[in-house]
Design a protein around this ligand. Sequence first.
Ligand code: PMP
Length: 429
Amino acid sequence: MTHQPLAALSRDDLAALLQEQTTAYDDLKTRGLKLDLTRGKPSAAQLDLSDELLNLPNGFTDGSGTDVRNYGGLTGLTELREMFADLLWVEPEQVIAGGNSSLTMMRDCLIYMLLFGARDSDRAWSKEGTIKFICPVPGYDRHFTLLESLGIEMITVPMNDDGPDAEAVARLVKDDRSIKGMWVVPTYANPAGSVCSQEVAARLASMETAAHDFKIFWDNAYALHHLTEEEAKSADILTLASAAGHPDRPIMFASTSKITFAGAGVAFLAASVNNVAWYLGHLGNGSIGPDKVNHLRHVQFFGSAQGVRDHMAKHREIIAPKFAEVDRVFSERLGGYDVATWNKPAGGYFVNLDVVPGTAARVIALAKDAGVALTQAGSSFPHGQDPHDQNIRIAPTMPPLEEVTAAIDAVATCILLAAAEQATASAQG
Ligand code: PMP
């Protein structure tokens, strides 16, 4: 199929396209749509897959006879740590099972580092003046708002198909002592969908950093969230960093938020044994132990690491058709024009859409007026500022399939209309 840049259309053809899309959009507005593609939440059907959790646990003791109803066990239930160590390719003693949110664990780590320093820091990061983090873009909005809330400056690097631009990162960290860390969403990144290759991971693990306490926040939120039968394996960052002589550089995070219940799952932190001890040392001042009843419930529900993988295949059956539908509708509606590119992710929760530069905010505003909520313009960039105003994150998992179809069709109209408006304005010069 040829992709027609709108600038190449004749005046008459462009006027006809603008008229056609304006009519389509006016029609859309009369339909009274109320659709939401904003956040990557599991659908009710996905949550239903884990309802058995509500009847568990059976009994209240773990494998060693500990009463899970009581205080204690700061590291989390051993059986659950073993299960997820297997799934995250780490050793059980490197894993902590915590509360329901890995984002909270990330925030806690940052706050401990700011207040007390990392395990290998000379002093609290807050005593060092300006602190900066490297942020691959497009990236996860909450990573950026978290850093912003703590006054940590953000430096962007491109997110490529094989993970963050490792050469750009290596150049930045080599001489700047104020760059203390970076985000990496290594598997099916939010929203780019890319998977960090072994080579990129090895480069990040081994690169020379001016800050000797540099940290990689390895947020493996989508480690097990495959959309095809070909399951990407995350790079083994802990082993790579350890082999490169930087065992304390990475801290890995994961959770069952999009495996069982998004609001009542279990979050995990995995790191060197020394980093684990550092984290527990601080955590212990504010907690006598996590919700082990929930841990036991999860152990019984899954049965084994393979049980988790089998469970994820059920999620795939529900959400893969929604991703296929996004691609089908965009291809049908936009295929003939050079007005957008989008990815076909092999996992995760998002489709990364790039529209004509300068029109993303307009597309989102048009969609909003037509009753389709999209994630705010620029949200995948620090401070919400997309330098080219072209990126839109599409989250198709939550609505039922027919709503995904209607919403994507509506978004396609908005993309075409915004592009036609822009081309018309520039033709009029
Ligand atoms: N990290 C990433 C990359 C995410 O996309 C999300 C959820 N949208 C989270 C973390 C949040 O994880 P949790 O529910 O464990 O806090």
